[in-house]
Design a binder for this molecule. Sequence first.
Ligand SMILES: [Zn+2]
Length: 188
Amino acid sequence: MPTYLHCAPPLALAAALGRRRVPASLMLAGVAASILPDADMLNVWYAGVRYSSVLGHRGLTHSIGFALALGLLAALAARRCGWRRGIAFLFIAASAASHPLLDLLTDRGIGTALFYPLLDRRVTLPWRPLPLTGAGLFGTARLWLECLWIGLPMLTLATLGAALRQRLDRKQPLQQGAAMATARASAD
Ligand SMILES: [Zn+2]
Protein backbone atom coordinates (compact mmCIF):
# COMPACT_ATOMS: atom_id res chain seq x y z
CA MET A 1 0.00 0.00 0.00
CA PRO A 2 1.06 3.58 -0.46
CA THR A 3 1.66 4.86 3.08
CA TYR A 4 0.86 8.54 2.98
CA LEU A 5 -1.28 9.46 -0.02
CA HIS A 6 -4.29 7.12 -0.25
CA CYS A 7 -6.29 10.22 0.66
CA ALA A 8 -4.98 12.21 -2.35
CA PRO A 9 -7.61 11.15 -4.95
CA PRO A 10 -10.68 12.20 -2.88
CA LEU A 11 -8.97 15.47 -1.93
CA ALA A 12 -8.11 16.16 -5.58
CA LEU A 13 -11.62 15.25 -6.75
CA ALA A 14 -13.17 17.48 -4.06
CA ALA A 15 -10.94 20.39 -5.10
CA ALA A 16 -11.84 19.83 -8.76
CA LEU A 17 -15.59 19.62 -8.13
CA GLY A 18 -15.74 22.46 -5.61
CA ARG A 19 -17.43 22.96 -2.24
CA ARG A 20 -20.91 23.38 -3.71
CA ARG A 21 -20.90 19.85 -5.13
CA VAL A 22 -18.64 18.21 -2.55
CA PRO A 23 -19.20 19.71 0.91
CA ALA A 24 -16.62 19.16 3.66
CA SER A 25 -18.58 16.26 5.20
CA LEU A 26 -18.68 14.40 1.86
CA MET A 27 -14.98 15.09 1.32
CA LEU A 28 -14.16 13.60 4.74
CA ALA A 29 -16.36 10.58 3.98
CA GLY A 30 -14.39 10.18 0.73
CA VAL A 31 -11.09 10.28 2.61
CA ALA A 32 -12.42 7.59 4.98
CA ALA A 33 -13.58 5.50 1.99
CA SER A 34 -10.13 5.78 0.42
CA ILE A 35 -8.48 4.33 3.53
CA LEU A 36 -11.14 1.82 4.61
CA PRO A 37 -10.11 -1.07 2.28
CA ASP A 38 -6.99 -1.69 4.37
CA ALA A 39 -9.22 -2.51 7.37
CA ASP A 40 -9.00 -6.05 5.95
CA MET A 41 -5.63 -6.32 7.71
CA LEU A 42 -7.61 -6.61 10.96
CA ASN A 43 -8.95 -9.94 9.64
CA VAL A 44 -5.39 -11.13 9.08
CA TRP A 45 -4.03 -9.85 12.40
CA TYR A 46 -6.89 -10.66 14.76
CA ALA A 47 -9.14 -13.27 13.10
CA GLY A 48 -6.41 -15.51 11.69
CA VAL A 49 -7.74 -15.15 8.13
CA ARG A 50 -5.23 -16.18 5.46
CA TYR A 51 -3.60 -13.18 3.74
CA SER A 52 -4.53 -14.54 0.31
CA SER A 53 -8.18 -15.40 1.04
CA VAL A 54 -11.11 -13.26 -0.11
CA LEU A 55 -11.43 -11.76 3.36
CA GLY A 56 -7.64 -11.43 3.68
CA HIS A 57 -5.53 -8.48 2.55
CA ARG A 58 -6.30 -6.96 -0.87
CA GLY A 59 -9.32 -9.24 -1.28
CA LEU A 60 -12.99 -8.26 -1.15
CA THR A 61 -12.42 -4.77 0.24
CA HIS A 62 -10.05 -4.01 -2.64
CA SER A 63 -12.64 -4.74 -5.35
CA ILE A 64 -14.66 -2.40 -7.53
CA GLY A 65 -17.77 -4.18 -6.22
CA PHE A 66 -16.91 -3.07 -2.68
CA ALA A 67 -16.37 0.51 -3.90
CA LEU A 68 -19.78 0.48 -5.61
CA ALA A 69 -21.41 -0.87 -2.43
CA LEU A 70 -19.89 1.99 -0.42
CA GLY A 71 -21.14 4.43 -3.08
CA LEU A 72 -24.61 2.95 -2.73
CA LEU A 73 -24.52 3.42 1.06
CA ALA A 74 -23.49 7.04 0.55
CA ALA A 75 -26.38 7.54 -1.89
CA LEU A 76 -28.78 6.12 0.70
CA ALA A 77 -27.40 8.46 3.37
CA ALA A 78 -27.25 11.44 1.03
CA ARG A 79 -30.49 13.17 1.98
CA ARG A 80 -29.81 12.93 5.69
CA CYS A 81 -26.26 14.24 5.21
CA GLY A 82 -27.25 17.06 2.87
CA TRP A 83 -25.39 15.60 -0.13
CA ARG A 84 -26.56 15.38 -3.73
CA ARG A 85 -27.39 11.71 -4.24
CA GLY A 86 -25.70 11.15 -7.61
CA ILE A 87 -22.57 13.03 -6.63
CA ALA A 88 -22.37 11.21 -3.27
CA PHE A 89 -22.58 7.84 -5.04
CA LEU A 90 -19.95 8.66 -7.63
CA PHE A 91 -17.61 10.48 -5.25
CA ILE A 92 -17.56 7.75 -2.59
CA ALA A 93 -17.34 4.92 -5.14
CA ALA A 94 -14.45 6.67 -6.91
CA SER A 95 -12.69 7.39 -3.60
CA ALA A 96 -12.94 3.75 -2.50
CA ALA A 97 -11.94 2.43 -5.95
CA SER A 98 -8.88 4.68 -5.97
CA HIS A 99 -7.42 2.62 -3.09
CA PRO A 100 -6.88 -0.69 -4.93
CA LEU A 101 -5.83 1.21 -8.06
CA LEU A 102 -3.05 2.92 -6.10
CA ASP A 103 -2.13 -0.40 -4.47
CA LEU A 104 -1.56 -1.76 -7.97
CA LEU A 105 1.33 0.69 -8.32
CA THR A 106 3.26 -1.01 -5.52
CA ASP A 107 5.54 -3.97 -6.08
CA ARG A 108 4.85 -5.96 -2.92
CA GLY A 109 1.99 -8.34 -2.18
CA ILE A 110 0.06 -10.89 -4.16
CA GLY A 111 -2.01 -8.55 -6.28
CA THR A 112 -5.47 -7.14 -5.80
CA ALA A 113 -8.89 -8.82 -6.17
CA LEU A 114 -10.05 -5.84 -8.23
CA PHE A 115 -12.80 -7.66 -10.14
CA TYR A 116 -14.09 -9.94 -7.36
CA PRO A 117 -16.60 -11.67 -7.50
CA LEU A 118 -16.60 -11.62 -11.31
CA LEU A 119 -12.97 -12.69 -11.35
CA ASP A 120 -11.46 -14.56 -8.41
CA ARG A 121 -7.89 -14.03 -9.56
CA ARG A 122 -5.67 -11.34 -8.02
CA VAL A 123 -4.64 -8.66 -10.49
CA THR A 124 -1.16 -7.11 -10.83
CA LEU A 125 0.24 -4.54 -13.23
CA PRO A 126 3.39 -5.10 -15.29
CA TRP A 127 4.38 -1.50 -14.42
CA ARG A 128 4.71 -0.80 -10.70
CA PRO A 129 6.60 2.39 -10.04
CA LEU A 130 6.20 2.40 -6.23
CA PRO A 131 8.76 -0.08 -4.90
CA LEU A 132 8.03 -1.11 -1.33
CA THR A 133 11.05 -3.35 -1.39
CA GLY A 134 14.05 -1.22 -0.51
CA ALA A 135 12.16 2.04 0.00
CA GLY A 136 10.46 0.86 3.22
CA LEU A 137 6.94 1.64 4.36
CA PHE A 138 7.78 4.94 6.06
CA GLY A 139 10.36 7.69 5.79
CA THR A 140 11.32 10.44 3.37
CA ALA A 141 12.24 8.07 0.52
CA ARG A 142 8.71 6.66 0.56
CA LEU A 143 7.12 10.09 0.91
CA TRP A 144 9.12 11.40 -2.05
CA LEU A 145 8.11 8.44 -4.25
CA GLU A 146 4.44 8.89 -3.37
CA CYS A 147 4.61 12.64 -3.99
CA LEU A 148 6.09 11.93 -7.42
CA TRP A 149 3.75 9.14 -8.55
CA ILE A 150 0.54 10.05 -6.69
CA GLY A 151 0.78 13.60 -5.31
CA LEU A 152 1.91 15.29 -8.51
CA PRO A 153 -0.72 13.70 -10.81
CA MET A 154 -3.46 14.38 -8.25
CA LEU A 155 -2.34 18.00 -7.85
CA THR A 156 -2.50 18.37 -11.64
CA LEU A 157 -5.98 16.80 -11.70
CA ALA A 158 -7.18 19.14 -8.93
CA THR A 159 -5.75 22.25 -10.60
CA LEU A 160 -7.04 21.48 -14.10
CA GLY A 161 -10.40 20.28 -12.75
CA ALA A 162 -10.90 23.40 -10.63
CA ALA A 163 -9.97 25.67 -13.56
CA LEU A 164 -12.43 23.86 -15.85
CA ARG A 165 -15.18 23.99 -13.20
CA GLN A 166 -14.71 27.73 -12.66
CA ARG A 167 -14.88 28.29 -16.40
CA LEU A 168 -18.08 26.25 -16.73
CA ASP A 169 -19.65 27.88 -13.65
CA ARG A 170 -18.92 31.33 -15.11
CA LYS A 171 -20.59 30.37 -18.38
CA GLN A 172 -23.68 28.84 -16.78
CA PRO A 173 -25.14 32.03 -15.22
CA LEU A 174 -24.63 33.82 -18.56
CA GLN A 175 -26.50 31.06 -20.39
CA GLN A 176 -29.25 31.04 -17.75
CA GLY A 177 -29.54 34.84 -18.00
CA ALA A 178 -29.80 34.64 -21.81
CA ALA A 179 -32.48 31.93 -21.57
CA MET A 180 -34.51 34.03 -19.12
CA ALA A 181 -34.22 37.12 -21.35
CA THR A 182 -35.44 35.09 -24.36
CA ALA A 183 -38.37 33.72 -22.33
CA ARG A 184 -39.27 37.26 -21.18
CA ALA A 185 -39.07 38.61 -24.73
CA SER A 186 -41.32 35.88 -26.12
CA ALA A 187 -43.84 36.52 -23.28
CA ASP A 188 -43.93 40.23 -24.25
ZN1 LIG B 1 -4.68 -1.63 0.34
